[in-house]
Ligand binder design. Structure first.
Ligand code: PLP
Length: 448
């Protein structure tokens, strides 16, 4: 590999680096011409897969010729104005305003700064605390990292700049209340209520959560959980935020996953799928009443990012939204979800598969040692998740994610244009790979 390129979240010396140079539909090709199904949509981003380059190039070229760049700092340009309207029109309530960024961490940071500015304008400067969830990933910039609940990503970078209490996430696997979602939900909400009480109800500014938490493995909330978060936030006067960086823009068959919960959060972060990854872009959405105190007090929102809302990215995002609608992409996810769930559930007959969970085109397979759902220990996880599976998946021409920020999982999130044939191909590949993994871990003789 080259010595010049630094890799993200990777060791800096990688033998046999996978270098991808071309894409087509849900497939990508490496520099040797080998074909892979991108069953992770390039880290949950490529909603449309890779065959819309001509259309995207056309709108990008037109925008580059008309106005290559200008900011949203006190001035604006038509693509940003139009995109803000289109996003707001699809949001869970009709009074959202949109602030553009370049990605997810920046969107989370912007939301926190706005929350603080909101309470500052209301004379509630004491609201400096937040509630987030364990194992959740909300980004790596130091503010967003404070919300992130993965201790291994935080140590060594100093005290977090935000006072955040991390509460349980919604992982029901192994939970004593797994068969009683109502009891599970009430217990989780009671823990949030207790965290608010301990922090001081008038000191909490924000409760932040993903509609379906990625880290830990596609953790779907029990029914009533989001309505409960809404109630708790309202009772103490805090703002509620949905981090939709992964779940937004179609991943579970809705523009915003939180819409399924019948809840309109005060703040929402999006990024990744906003442009279907044909250009980098993120956004933070805030409801009217969050922004109103700044307007009423003629306050400046003391936050800005030079390239936030770049006109070329905005033009591409507009076209992506248009394509998602024109080509029935959300409907494709809705139509395929049940069959995908059924196909993935068939993997439960493998001795290494303990749980299959997720929604839409966003799934995790939890890997276990036996029918008692015994976890692999650290050295087994190192072997399985950082050596055997990455190599075997690559041989199988499958891009998926091995992760143990929580328990050991293999995750998939196929491009939203994937048809039944592609989804079958993915599950068949997973079956081969996981059957081999079970043999590799000497689990083959165990009966379930
Ligand atoms: N929030 C969530 C839920 C994410 O999954 C991510 C990234 O994976 C982020 C925030 C940070 O986004 P970015 O990597 O674009 O900064």
């Amino acid at each position: 590999m080259t010595d010049s390129l630094m890799l993200h979240f990777s060791q800096q010396r990688v033998d046999d680096l996978l270098v991808l140079e071309r894409g087509e539909g849900p497939y990508v090709f490496d520099t040797e011409g080998r074909k892979y199904i991108d069953a992770l949509s390039s880290l949950f981003c490529s909603q449309l897969g890779y065959s819309y380059g001509d259309e995207m190039a056309e709108v990008a070229a037109a925008q580059l010729k008309r106005l290559a760049f200008n900011t949203n700092w006190g001035t604006a340009h038509p693509p940003a104005i139009e995109l803000a309207e289109q996003i707001a029109a699809r949001a869970p309530a009709d009074d959202y305003r949109v602030f553009f960024t370049n990605g997810g961490s920046e969107s989370v940071e912007a939301a926190w700064k706005l929350a603080r500015e909101h309470f500052d304008a209301l004379g509630q400067q004491q609201r400096t605390k937040a509630i987030a969830r364990r194992t959740a990933y909300h980004g790596v910039t130091l503010g967003a990292l404070a919300f992130t609940g993965v201790p291994g990503y935080k140590s060594g970078f100093g005290a977090p700049p935000i006072d955040v209490t991390h509460v349980s996430n919604t992982n029901a696997f192994r939970d004593p209340d797994a068969d009683d979602p109502d009891a599970f939900c009430q217990r989780l909400l009671a823990e949030v209520a207790e965290a608010i009480r301990t922090a001081g109800p008038d000191q909490v500014a924000l409760i932040i959560a993903e509609p379906i938490q990625n880290a830990g493995g596609c953790l779907v909330p029990p029914p009533g959980y989001w309505a409960g978060l809404r109630r708790l936030a309202d009772e103490c006067g805090a703002l509620l935020m949905a981090d939709e960086v992964i779940t937004g823009f179609g991943r579970i068959g809705e523009w915003f996953a939180v819409s399924r919960e019948g809840v309109a959060p005060d703040l929402i972060s999006v990024a990744k799928g906003l442009t279907s990854a044909y250009a980098p872009m993120g956004a933070m959405l805030a409801r009217g009443h969050v922004v109103e105190p700044l307007i009423a007090g003629s306050k400046v929102f003391r936050h800005g990012i030079t390239f936030g809302g770049h006109p070329v990215s905005a033009a591409i995002a507009l076209r992506s939204i248009e394509i998602i609608e024109r080509d029935g992409v959300l409907q494709n996810v809705r139509d395929q979800t049940d069959a995908l769930r059924r196909r993935l559930d068939t993997l439960l007959d493998l001795p290494i598969v303990g749980d299959v969970r997720g929604a839409g085109f966003f799934w995790a397979i939890e890997l276990v040692k036996d029918t008692d759902a015994t976890r692999f220990d650290q050295s087994e996880r190192d072997d399985l998740l950082r050596s055997f599976l990455p190599r075997r998946l690559r041989e199988a021409g499958l891009i998926a994610r091995c992760d143990d920020r929580g328990d050991a999982v293999l995750q998939i999130a196929p491009p939203l244009i994937s048809d039944a044939g592609v989804l079958d191909e993915i599950v068949a590949g997973l079956r081969d790979v996981l059957a081999d993994a079970a043999r590799h871990m000497h689990l083959e003789s165990r009966s379930r």
